[in-house]
Each structure stands twice: as C-alpha cells, then as structure tokens.
Design a protein around this ligand. Structure first.
Ligand SMILES: Cc1ncc(CN)c(N)n1
Length: 220
C-alpha cells in the first residue's frame, strides 16, 4: 500500500508479525482463495454489524477532537462518518440477502471486548493523537485485508466482491492514507508519553482485529 510513511510506518515494520496477522488473516485469505465457508462469512457479517454500530460514537468523538485541531482534519473524519450511514444500510441488506438475523444477536467475546476498547477510546481525556492513530489503524486493517482479496490472482467469489470493494477500493485506500498523514503529523508534535500511548493503542487494535477475525473463522 502506498502509505504515508512517517512514525506509523515505522510501527508497521516494528510490529510486522501482528500487522500481518491482522491484514493477512486466514479469514480474509480464504475469501481471496474462494475457499471461505458461507457460515463463516455470515458470522463475520453479524459481528461486524455490532462493531460498526459501536464504531459510530467513536468516530463522532474523533470528529469532535479533529474539529478542535484543523478544518482539514475535521473534513477527512467527516467523510468517513458520512459513509457510515450507507454502511449500516449495506449490512442490513447483506444480512437479509443471506438470511442473517441482526436482531437479538449473540455478541461474541472478541466483539464485546473490541467494543469496550472503542468506548474507552471515545472518552474526552483520550489525546487526539491517540484517537486518530486508533482510527487510522482500525480502517487500515480492513483496507489492507480486503484490497488483498481484489488483487491479481484472487479467486474471490463474485457474491463477495462488493463487500471487498467497500474497504478494498482505491477511494478507501486514499481515505486511509489521509488518516495516516494526520496521525503522523500529530505524533510528530506529540510529547513522548502520548506517542507511547498511541503505539500501545496501535498494538492493542491489531490484537483485537486478530481476535475479531478469529471469531468469524469459527474461533472462540
Ligand atoms: C472489526 C472492524 N474493523 C474495522 C472496520 C472498518 N471500519 C470494521 N468495519 N470492522
């Protein structure tokens, strides 16, 4: 991915095992290979719907913090927030197409724990540099994971291509680059303890993403 470089790029290299675990997880690699079990995709769809609904208030909290930093930052975050309304509709349509009920869902532990992390990161006392780094990391994992399902040599089932394009498209890649540039700029100006907190959050998000994919693959 032609990324924005900077401090975040050094973290991707430093934590390459975790980053690869999150962005080349067997769940999405099986989508790319065309060997995904339909029940696994349905499990992911339901759990990700729960996640995306919790992601909305987190993104709103980043928007508020961004609006205090710069108009440009606010517009990038607003763009992401604006697409979430359509995203929730997309989940509902996909779920009904596949007979997945989104009512009284079983929320797996990995999903619940990830949502708890989002709630913590939503708090006003969380520094903007930490929040925007978390936001970038969350989006970048999906961008890299699903772009891989669309790259040359893929055998992604036609009925899953639209899902992959949602996060694997060039537009989403550009959006992630913008978030990464904002995060890098904030981290360059941030005091050391904030940079350390942002790196810890980056690692924690990768761990949660891996646990989240594990659930969809039939894990705990
Ligand atoms: C678990 C998870 N991580 C990231 C994304 C992309 N917003 C998502 N939809 N779900």
């Amino acid at each position: 991915m032609a990324d924005a470089g900077g401090i975040t790029k050094t973290w991707i290299k430093k934590h390459v095992i975790l980053y690869t675990g999150a962005t080349r997880h067997p769940f999405t690699v099986r989508i790319r290979d065309g060997s995904i079990d339909p029940s696994a995709f349905k499990r992911w769809l339901a759990q990700d719907y729960v996640f995306v609904r919790e992601f909305v208030p987190f993104m709103a909290s980043v928007l508020i913090k961004a609006s205090k930093q710069s108009p440009e930052d606010m517009e990038v975050v607003l763009g992401g927030l604006a697409s979430l309304s359509g995203e929730i509709d997309w989940f509902k349509r996909e779920a009904s197409k596949r007979d997945v009920s989104l009512a009284n869902l079983t929320v797996h532990n990995a999903t619940r724990n990830y949502c708890r992390l989002l709630e913590k990161l939503t708090l006003p006392e969380v520094e903007y540099a930490v929040a925007i780094t978390a936001f970038w990391a969350i989006e970048a994992v999906y961008q890299e994971s699903f772009a891989h399902c669309l790259e040359d040599g893929n055998n992604t089932p036609p009925e899953l291509v639209e899902a992959c394009q949602r996060w694997g498209s060039p537009g989403f890649r550009e959006y992630c680059r913008s978030l990464q540039q904002i995060a890098n700029r904030c981290l360059e100006k941030a005091p050391e303890h904030v940079v350390a907190a942002a790196e810890t959050t980056f690692i924690t998000i990768l761990e949660h993403e891996i646990e989240f994919w594990n659930v969809s693959s039939g894990g705990t």
